[in-house]
Design a protein around this ligand. Sequence first.
Ligand code: HEC
Ligand code: HEC
Ligand code: HEC
Ligand code: HEC
Ligand code: HEC
Length: 179
Amino acid sequence: MDKLPSLSSRQRLLIGGAGGVLVIGLIVVIALIASSRSDAASEQPIAFNHQIHAQNDIQCQFCHYGVNQSPSAVIPSVEKCMGCHEFVATDNPEVRKIAEYWADEEPIPWVRVNEQPDFVYFNHHSHVAAGVSCGSCHGDVANMSVAEPVVNMNMGFCLDCHAEQENKDALYDCVVCHR
Ligand code: HEC
Ligand code: HEC
Ligand code: HEC
Ligand code: HEC
Ligand code: HEC
């Protein structure tokens, strides 16, 4: 919280009036939820390798098709994997695990890597449509064997980039990200 943004005139009015209580209330509630979460282990059920797939020219959007249309990027389904792995590298022990999930009609229980707390609203589609690259938030995933969170996506990180945008004031409003 060392980088609290300068407040818009609307927020100053709010803090000056009875709304100040609401803003402080929001901060307390968010801080309480924030202090209660824990980090998940990053051991994946199948050793999925981004680099190998990128080297085979498979685009990010082919698997994470949500980036073109929705808040969530989407983690691909077992069916999506089987579209290739019914034929490709079928002897590989990690690939055999995919076929087992498919036969059992079970989803692969991927462990989430970048998870924002529930009190933060984020939308892939609006960033991708505005021309923000995957790499500015996720690093060079195409060269990672294991997807790892190399960027610390805290509030200061989000605000630093929003500060460079033309509609900076609108993008600084607390309710843009805390709805
Ligand atoms: C063949 C499908 C496929 C392709 C292509 C692919 N991914 Fe993924 N991606 C996955 C799967 C499966 C996971 C979940 C397992 C993991 O975290 O490694 C994942 C996880 C991720 C995560 C972590 C998600 C989380 O839990 O927060 C990021 C970030 C990501 N991919 C970005 C990318 C980028 C950027 C590209 C293009 C360079 C890309 N992916 C290409 C299948 C794919
Ligand atoms: C568009 C085709 C395509 C899709 C979809 C795809 N893969 Fe692959 N996958 C490949 C290719 C090509 C290779 C490299 C095979 C080789 O080099 O023998 C590969 C290799 C692999 C390997 C072996 C990697 C190694 O260490 O040798 C695993 C495991 C794997 N994929 C998992 C997945 C999973 C899980 C999904 C679904 C999230 C998926 N793949 C979706 C094409 C695909
Ligand atoms: C402005 C920053 C930013 C950009 C740009 C961005 N992401 Fe993300 N990504 C995030 C955040 C934040 C999360 C966690 C979202 C959550 O927990 O609600 C995330 C989560 C993910 C996930 C996990 C599934 C999900 O949607 O929660 C995948 C996969 C992913 N991103 C892939 C991509 C790909 C591929 C691109 C480029 C096409 C991309 N991201 C661009 C910030 C970004
Ligand atoms: C590298 C630059 C960059 C970073 C980092 C970034 N944003 Fe943004 N953000 C943008 C741009 C550009 C827009 C679109 C502005 C527009 O369309 O007017 C935007 C718009 C938004 C919007 C409003 C659009 C909508 O979908 O409601 C939200 C919410 C948002 N960002 C949340 C976040 C969060 C949360 C983070 C951090 C996890 C983040 N952003 C990080 C550049 C960034
Ligand atoms: C561009 C998006 C964005 C905007 C605008 C924003 N926040 Fe946040 N905020 C975040 C993110 C992302 C986190 C989660 C940080 C983390 O996980 O470390 C967060 C966390 C917090 C927390 C929890 C404390 C903590 O360190 O985890 C508080 C309190 C908070 N925000 C208050 C505010 C207030 C008040 C405003 C308006 C002055 C505001 N935020 C504007 C993105 C934003």
